[in-house]
Write a protein that binds this ligand. Structure first.
Ligand code: UFG
Length: 342
């Protein structure tokens, strides 16, 4: 059964391709390689024994997208990851974010409809909840005004999907990710941040390996037990597995309505200092960090209520924080070893 994975050479996309192939799906990737490398498909082949087909083009291009779907009209489902995701950059370049993230989604959906492909899994984000009034946050919590154009693209995308499933045969599962971290056990795929990382864990591992001088911990005056901000970190492999379950749920006709939304989190919140402590423990490295001012736009604390996902999808995040930070560290070391060798 053929599945299209857009953004399949990216961080979450590549881990999902591995899990799909492990379950016997045939995968075709479309990626414009704007934030990833084509060699990722070789790493996927090393892990699974199968090299996924990769077509390199931009889904913002309506004609190329239509042509691709015409040639692959035997696709049974689409997992749409392809999008820009840097919060800070989206504030500087809002139009670039709206065009890229929304036009590509609309092109994909239009082509799906033209070719009678009904099953769409969409990458959403816990960012749609903003700072929730109640914790843990469940799927029916109110959507707050987005803090960034990036966050707004996820909100608008969910609205575009909701309006479309009302009138077209297309069905969608939106997965709202909390904070994905870590890497595949093989250390062959993982996160590949270009330039200075924005996110906590890549910054930690790059500091430990000596690429960055020092980690800045953004704020210790939050209303949390140790004063640093709390997030629900989830292992990227746990996250990837949920996508396979979502695809099966659609294909097997088990959806309860045409647009379903699920939280993908562990249900556990950890502070920035707890993540650092976990990293220091599993790596045996002392991390050079200092406390600085809060980062503008950050929320204080958020973690998921994963009950609905656990019950409806029969899915549960299995890996704990130490396993996440250890796998991120192994990946960082493998990455640097490869770079010195080549
Ligand atoms: N943090 C630091 N120092 C850093 C980086 C981060 O202290 O160098 C802190 C942040 O202040 C925050 C926590 O670590 O408290 C996590 O920050 P991340 O940047 O890793 O992730 P966010 O929670 O900010 O998540 C954001 C968006 C998501 C998006 C995600 C990945 O809200 O929607 O980035 O791009 F998916």
């Amino acid at each position: 059964m053929k599945i299209l994975v857009t953004g399949g050479t990216g961080y979450i996309g590549s881990h999902t391709v591995v899990e799909l192939q492990n379950k016997g799906f045939e995968v075709v990737i479309v990626d414009n390689l704007s934030n990833s490398k084509k060699e990722v498909v070789d790493s996927i082949e090393k892990i699974t024994g199968t090299k996924p087909v990769l077509e390199v083009f931009d889904l913002v291009d309506r004609e190329k997208t239509a042509d691709f779907f015409k040639r692959h009209n035997d696709i049974k489902g689409v997992i749409h990851f392809a999008a820009y995701k840097a919060v800070g950059e989206s504030v500087q370049k809002p139009l670039m974010y709206y065009r890229n993230n929304l036009v590509s989604l609309m092109n994909v959906m239009e082509s799906m409809i033209e070719n009678n492909i009904d099953n769409l899994v969409f990458s959403s984000s816990c960012t749609v909840y903003g700072q929730p009034d109640e914790l843990p946050v469940s799927e029916n919590a109110p959507i707050k005004k987005a803090e960034s154009p990036y966050g707004n693209t996820k909100q608008i995308a969910e609205e575009i999907i909701a309006d479309t499933v009302n009138v077209e045969p297309i069905k969608t599962i939106a997965l709202r990710y909390f904070n994905p971290i870590g890497a595949h056990d093989s250390a062959l795929i993982g996160e590949l941040p270009l330039g200075v990382p924005n996110n906590l864990v890549p910054f930690i591992t790059q500091t430990a390996i000596g690429i960055r001088e020092q980690l800045s911990v953004f704020g210790e005056d939050y209303n949390t037990p140790d004063g640093t901000a709390i997030r629900d970190y989830i292992h990227v492999v746990d996250l990837a597995k949920a996508h396979v379950i979502a695809v099966n749920r659609m294909i097997e006709g088990n959806m309860k309505k045409d647009f379903e939304v699920f939280n993908l989190g562990t249900g556990n919140g950890y502070s920035v200092l707890e993540v650092i402590k976990s990293f220091e423990k599993v790596s045996g490295q002392k991390l050079n960090y200092k406390i600085v001012d809060r980062r503008p736009g950050d929320i204080e604390k958020v973690w998921a209520n994963p009950d609905f996902s656990n019950r409806e999808l029969g899915w549960k995040a299995e890996r704990g924080l130490d396993e996440m930070t250890l796998s991120a560290w192994k990946w960082e070391k493998a990455l640097r070893n490869n770079q010195t060798e080549s």
